[in-house]
Ligand binder design. Structure first.
Ligand SMILES: *Cc1c(COP(=O)(O)O)cnc(C)c1O
Length: 461
């Protein structure tokens, strides 16, 4: 094996990467030709690559590095915990301090009766837990036929067989035999793409009522739960019209359907509150958490469960768990992350400083000839690229062609901004300052201008 270090030239690192490493959500043959960008270190909101570029990470990794990169305290806590107790399980009537303390802290932060935590290693695992838990809940209550979970098209809940089934990503369902039985999907509240002649308010209500129609046609006695992200992340930062969530809550209450809020992105400050459920005004029975729980410093996720559901599950053995449920190092790291979020008032910084500052700059992007709508909640935002704002038209080229060109320009301008189809999305670390937001917006505008020029040149507009 060659000596692999930061001192190797980028091209060599890329070749070594391509020779053995299979990247997720990637055409590896294509990437091997092109070479992956090699990220070597990071601090605050900035990444450094193997060529010494300083890149502003407007995606906080994968929506997770809420406290920003390079916090020494996190490393200290991990090292201390590894020395004291690197691992022990919580299966066989044993527990340990990090799991006790983290469950306690999460119960304190979570709204309402969400006072119980079932730990997992990731968001996908937590949603797999949720599938089994809600079905088991209804079975224990004597209603085993309530086994259908309803999710949304373009929702994202993870990449395992269960969580990938809950999600509504057509490209994922097309591979590997998804979805599993008894999963149903309704349409998402994406007014820009699907609203037609309706006002956003009418459309929000209309899309929420698809849940009611689904329950009525499947049968109330068959539906266990509805799962959704308070703000759809990987689907393109789709912000529901104001009428949507109150109607969803009403429907779940009316038909006795459990509401699962997938807070993997929205949780831990992203929307300017601790949880997205608080921002959109819903009372979930279960929340899925991961990502911002540890700011990505260690892999950990979980299900935060209401007292009612937890008390039913507690009656008998729930035959479910992961080797790394409540992993002591990950739990200690998560606890330190929550301490930093609280002590440094980072959620208040989002609510009072960063989000209001970004909101104006973001909204102003609609001045750009390519930008149709600009949506933002807290520090998660999206812009729709379009050849005609008035008609909300789509490009003649395949969906995603223009988004990809724009993303490539962003990368070339040292800005990580992701594309979902022809929407561009951001979700920077929550610690981003107004000065850094200025840099982010300036780079985004340059990239949009360059993208516009390329589209003209190639006759794509
Ligand atoms: C990322 C994500 C997941 C999956 O989490 P993993 O840790 O990647 O398994 C689930 N739900 C939402 C909303 C996500 O964004």
């Amino acid at each position: 094996m060659p000596m692999i270090s930061n001192h190797l030239p980028t091209a060599e690192l890329q070749a070594l990467d391509a020779s053995h490493h299979m990247h997720p959500f990637t055409c590896n043959a294509e990437l091997a030709q092109k070479g992956a960008r090699v990220i070597t270190r990071a601090k605050g909101v900035m990444l450094t690559d193997s060529d010494g570029h300083e890149i502003l990470d407007a995606m906080a990794g994968l929506w997770c590095v809420n406290i920003g990169y390079g916090r020494d305290e996190m490393a200290e806590v991990a090292a201390r915990q590894m020395r004291e107790l690197p691992y022990y399980n919580t299966f066989f009537q044993t527990t340990h301090l990090p799991a006790i303390a983290l469950a306690h802290k999460i119960a304190e932060l979570a709204p309402g009766a969400l006072n119980n935590v079932f730990f997992a290693g990731s968001g996908s695992e937590a949603n797999d837990t949720n599938i089994r838990m809600v079905r088991h809940y209804w079975a224990v209550k004597g209603q085993p036929s309530k086994s259908i979970l309803i999710g949304r098209n373009n929702g994202y809940h993870g990449s395992s067989v269960g969580s990938g089934s809950l999600g509504g990503m057509a490209a994922m369902h097309a591979q590997g035999g998804l979805p599993i039985p008894d999963i149903h999907h309704i349409n998402e509240p994406n007014w820009w793409a699907d609203g037609g002649d309706m006002s956003p308010e009418e459309f929000g209500l209309h899309r929420a009522q698809e849940l009611e129609q689904a329950i009525l046609s499947l049968g109330e006695d068959r539906v266990a739960a509805f799962i959704a992200e308070p703000v759809q992340g990987a689907g393109g930062v789709i912000v529901a019209p104001e009428t949507y969530w109150p109607e969803i809550q009403r429907i779940c209450d009316t038909y006795d359907i459990l509401l699962i809020a997938d807070e993997v992105i929205c949780g831990f400050g992203r929307t300017g509150e601790w949880f997205g459920s608080q921002t959109v005004g819903i009372r979930p029975d279960i929340m899925t958490i991961a990502k911002g729980l540890s700011s990505g410093y260690a892999p950990i996720g979980g299900s935060v469960v209401s007292d009612e559901v937890a008390s039913v599950i507690a009656k008998s053995e729930f035959n479910h768990g992961y080797t790394y449920s409540g992993h002591p190092v990950a739990a200690a790291v998560a606890l330190e992350n929550l301490r930093i979020l609280e002590d440094e008032r980072i959620i208040e910084h989002v609510r009072d400083v960063a989000a209001p500052y970004l909101k104006d700059k973001w909204a102003a992007l609609v001045d750009h000839p390519l930008v149709g709508e600009a949506k933002i909640v807290g520090l998660m935002g999206s812009i729709a690229l379009t050849p005609n704002k008035a008609t909300r038209a789509v490009f003649a080229a395949d969906t995603g062609t223009v988004g990809y060109i724009c993303r490539e320009r962003c990368f070339a301008n040292n800005l990580v901004m992701r594309h979902v189809g022809d929407r561009m999305i951001v979700a920077p670390p929550l610690v981003i300052t107004p000065e850094e937001i200025d840099v982010m917006i300036a780079r985004a505008r340059t990239s949009l201008d360059e993208c516009h020029a390329i589209l003209k040149e190639r006759g794509l507009i």
